[in-house]
Design a protein around this ligand. Structure first.
Ligand code: GDP
Length: 174
């Protein structure tokens, strides 16, 4: 293995964090309600340039409100997806709070992607694409809308973050 990068997935409850993670790491969408509570992580190895990059992605697994593990959760994270649900405006309104927490606790150079999930539910959309884009520009974040359900942009969201981390880390070690 050439590199191991830690990433975290954060955002309000029920925005689709664990489905995004399982879509990316196992390429599946599970209709089951998650039974386990506690921090979980998945790993997946991807190829960037000619290098093998193992990514360890942490999920809050339903502990968003009482994360006693905050320190360990964010420690060493080089990348993050901050997720909201495009059909739930409050989940978008809470993004600055998540961003603030992340910036205080993760690596100062953490690569952040703002993710508007559930874009398959166009008829129920409450947050315009433009609003997500503007927030991302203002805060210097990458931005994509995704659907864990139909797999739109999921792979791409993780890959863009990993590539950005890779560029930073490989430049540093030259
Ligand atoms: P978490 O609490 O943020 O980890 O959210 P989950 O991954 O458990 O998803 C919450 C609910 O939203 C579940 O009922 C999922 O099936 C559903 N969900 C997650 N992603 C999507 C998506 O992209 N589209 C649709 N339509 N539903 C989704």
């Amino acid at each position: 293995m050439d590199y191991v990068f830690k990433m975290v997935v954060i955002g309000d409850s029920a925005v689709g964090k664990s489905q995004l993670l399982s879509r990316f790491s196992k390429n599946e969408f599970s209709a089951d309600i998650r039974a386990t509570v506690g921090v979980e992580f998945q790993t997946k190895t991807v190829r960037i340039d000619d290098k093998l990059v193992k990514t360890q992605i942490w999920d809050t697994a339903g502990q968003e409100r009482y994360r006693a593990v905050t320190g360990a959760y964010y420690r060493g994270a080089l990348g993050a997806l901050i997720v909201y649900d495009v059909t739930k405006h409050p989940s978008f309104d809470h993004i600055p709070r998540w961003l603030d927490e992340l910036r205080h606790r993760a690596d100062p150079n953490v690569v952040i992607m703002l993710v508007g999930n559930k874009c398959d539910l166009e008829g129920l959309r409450a947050v315009p694409t433009e609003a997500g884009k503007k927030l991302a520009e203002r805060e210097g974040l990458l931005f994509l809308e995704t659907s864990a359900l139909d797999a739109t942009n999921v792979e791409k969201a993780f890959h863009m973050v990993l590539e950005r981390i890779y560029q930073r880390v490989s430049r540093k070690s030259l």
